[in-house]
Ligand binder design. Structure first.
Ligand code: ZN
Length: 275
């Protein structure tokens, strides 16, 4: 799932090319991908985008006349590709936007259930669409993070993933950040002392910046993640095998030595909690 580092790398990569030429053709879009019908996608044709912006994990592409915003959310398996004029692309993209020079922005989603979304909205409606988002995770800093952590008592892993609390982090970067901060994924947010909060704020910045730098170089998941999806592999700090635990509907990866004082976390699957 693309999270803040992946989407910010895309934003930086797309900012210039999407605004270089006016839009020649907007669409086609898969019926499940396009979430709005009024205004129609064709309203984009002839207009020029002013660039790419990011809100949490979503990309915003405003038109330079200030009237419309194209919003893209990749969800779990949506992927973007920018094709130069004449470059071959996927046969049936979930969404395509062609510029006047023949270059194209295409969205693909290799999944049975299409969950990625494209919206064409007025600027006001686009902002309303993201009004539930908490502050951006990148550069959050200890004072703002303290307020988020102390508001209510939540376990750290789900709290970091909660877009209403903090925007941009999903399960992969929660795993990376909590490992860097040497905090248990199950620790309660209200139990953290100032020193631990400082460590967590620093880890958020360090890991997201590390991820962004790697993704800008086109690094694979394998090269980017050090903890996420690395069950049984040696921890890069202490060489203890990375462990895995199921919490509600998510799988969490962690180092039992660096993060939980040697304790193995117990599964807390939603199915079991509901029983
Ligand atoms: Zn370790």
């Amino acid at each position: 799932m693309p999270e803040l580092p992946e989407m910010e790398a895309w934003r930086r990569q797309l900012d210039d090319p999407v605004s270089a030429f006016p839009i020649a053709k907007a669409g086609p879009a898969h019926i499940a991908t396009l979430k709005t019908f009024d205004p129609p996608l064709s309203a984009l044709e002839g207009r020029r985008l002013s660039g790419a912006e990011r809100r949490g994990k979503r990309l915003f592409f405003p038109t330079d006349d200030g009237e419309l915003v194209l919003v893209i959310h990749l969800m779990t398996s949506g992927r973007l590709k920018f094709l130069k004029a004449g470059e071959k692309g996927p046969k049936t993209p979930a969404f395509a936007l062609e510029l006047a020079d023949g270059s194209k922005l295409v969205l693909t989603e290799n999944a049975r259930r299409k969950r990625a979304g494209v919206w064409l909205l007025t600027p006001e409606a686009a902002e309303a669409e993201v009004s539930h988002l908490g502050p951006d995770a990148l550069g959050i800093g200890a004072p703002a993070l303290t307020e988020i952590l102390r508001r209510e008592s939540h376990r750290l892993h789900p709290l970091l993933r909660d877009q209403r609390a903090l925007a941009g982090i999903g399960r992969a970067w929660s795993n990376e950040i909590l490992h860097t901060a040497k905090l248990s994924p199950y620790a309660l947010s209200t139990d953290l002392d100032d020193e631990e909060i400082g460590r967590l704020a620093a880890a958020i910045d360090d890991d997201l910046a590390r991820g962004l730098a790697l993704r800008e170089q086109g690094a694979s998941d394998e090269r980017t993640y050090r903890v996420h999806n690395r069950l049984g592999e040696p921890c890069h700090v202490c060489e203890t095998p990375i462990a895995r635990v199921d919490f509600e509907e998510h799988t969490i990866y962690y180092c039992p030595r660096c993060q939980t004082g040697g304790r193995v976390l117990k599964d807390r699957r939603l199915s079991r909690l509901l029983r």
